[in-house]
Write a protein that binds this ligand. Structure first.
Ligand code: EPZ
Length: 439
């Protein structure tokens, strides 16, 4: 199994490239199943989640070709004949559940495994299922699978209000509504950039969607959609992660540049909190310059749906606050227990205490490098961030979590001055047996 070893104390400098958005790419891949021919997407990141979803799509018979070096993905739905998504693959990546909307939209039927939970919670799909019923689907649960069928072979369309607003449910319902017989309205729809860009791609395919970027989507179903060549947007969460890395490991007064991404997708709450630390931020169309302040001030945040502070940057912000001047309170209003990284940070010496869906962090705590365990994608990258500033070496285990959402992380950080390497280890080695005197 792979781990990352980071030698703390080296300064981040120069520039880092931002890859294409993972979460947008997954929605675009599902949309590619709707048209009557092959679509091509550019700026698709070379990630484990993209590979997993490619496998899910191939199970249906559709063709998927990924030029990883060129970040170009081609999906041909023409041979699709098997509207199923198996548990063995869906359990690895929750967004596979988008197959429900895509297959219902294309074939009028679907058999899709229910996604499991994840490291930090149950991750329900009740909104997805109730929404599909509102669009005219008959939905049953059979041995852990959702078996759905459009009465008369094609969904009617309908109105559904999302409570709470859900990124995944919005994507799934738009996939199903785009080719329904009639009109659909989705209320309290998610407006995360991932959803907006996905809707823009469907619009380019000929879908009739009004209100893109607002919380009310009005969709007139169409019978056919045309294939497209479409550019994916940059990954706002990778961008935010590296902006935080700059404040953690950059040299005061230095400017670090994040390439191939603008700041517009980060949302106002993150930009405001970032500037409140004392950091200077200068954003151009496709690059962001961060000037590192002499001292990072503690800034308390609460996560929320877009344009609120992204929950996917909560763990990274927590690490930043261990080094900030003062104490900070971090509240996650999206996921009530997304704090599995905190016990690992405490083992490194962080003064952080979780109370319910809040973590209180005491600033300027000295971190010590040690061996720590990744539990989920954003938690694992937060441990790497902690390793940047910890004394000595930090060994981050189970980086398969991290490989789901960060492309060539060690390469990007190494090029920007960090001493980090990937190596393998035996997850089940028992030091007590092998080196009794060293244990
Ligand atoms: C998407 O997950 C992202 N994943 C997540 O990013 C992100 O954390 C999340 O949105 C919130 O921004 C992808 O885009 C692939 P939700 P999703 O449905 O769609 C509740 C990462 O690190 N809910 O918006 O699953 C749910 O419990 C990943 O890249 C229901 O109650 O999130 C949560 O509290 C992790 N019933 C809230 O909505 C439902 O049927 C938001 O979840 C669906 C959701």
């Amino acid at each position: 199994m792979d781990k990352l070893v980071i030698e703390g104390g080296h300064r981040l400098r120069g520039s880092l490239p931002i890859s294409g958005s993972k979460n947008t790419a997954l929605a675009l891949m599902a949309a590619a199943l709707l048209p009557d021919g092959p679509s091509t997407f550019t700026n698709i990141p070379d990630l484990k989640d993209i590979d997993t979803f490619s496998k899910v799509i191939r199970v249906t018979g559709a063709g998927v070709d990924f030029d990883a070096a060129g970040h170009t993905l081609r999906i041909d739905p023409t041979p699709l004949a098997h509207p199923e998504a198996p548990y063995e693959l869906v359990k690895r990546m929750r967004a596979s559940f988008y197959m429900l909307g895509a297959l219902l939209g294309r074939c009028g039927r679907a058999r899709v495994s229910l996604p499991g939970g994840c490291a930090w919670g149950p991750r329900p799909v009740d909104l997805h299922l109730e929404g599909m019923k509102a669009l005219g689907a008959e939905v049953e649960l059979d041995k852990g699978y959702v078996v759905a069928r459009a009465r008369g072979g094609r969904l009617e369309g309908g109105t559904f209000r999302l409570e709470p607003s859900s990124v995944g449910a919005t994507v799934n319902l738009v996939l199903a509504a785009a080719t329904a017989r009639g009109h659909s309205r989705i209320e309290n729809a998610a407006i995360e950039p991932d959803v907006v860009v996905f809707c823009e791609a469907l619009h380019a395919m000929g879908a009739r969607i009004e209100g893109i970027g607002t919380r009310t989507l009005e969709i007139e179903g169409v019978t056919t959609l045309r294939p497209v060549t479409f550019a994916n947007c940059a990954d706002r969460i990778e961008l935010g992660t590296f902006m935080i890395a700059a404040l953690l490991a950059g040299t005061p007064g230095d400017t670090i540049t994040l390439e191939q991404a603008g700041a517009g997708h980060l949302g106002q709450a993150f930009l405001d909190a970032f500037r409140a630390t004392g950091a200077e931020l200068h954003a151009e169309t496709d690059r962001v310059h961060v000037t590192v302040p002499d001292e990072v001030r503690a800034v308390s945040i609460e996560t929320d749906v877009y344009p609120g502070f992204p929950t996917d940057l909560q763990a990274q912000w927590t690490v930043l606050m261990t080094q900030a001047k003062g104490n900070a309170k971090i509240v996650d209003r999206i996921y009530l227990d997304r704090f599995k990284h905190v016990p690992e940070l405490r083992r490194m010496g962080a003064n952080a205490i979780v109370v319910g869906n809040e973590v209180v962090v005491e600033g300027t705590s000295r971190l010590q490098g040690t061996t720590v365990m990744s539990t989920d994608l954003r938690g694992s990258v937060s441990l790497v961030l902690a390793g940047l500033v910890a004394e000595g070496e930090t060994h981050v285990l189970r980086v398969y979590h991290l490989d789901r959402g960060y492309e060539k992380l060690e390469e990007k950080l190494s090029r920007a001055g960090i001493v980090i390497r990937r190596t393998t280890y035996d997850e089940f080695a028992d030091p007590l047996l092998e080196h009794p005197h060293e244990a």
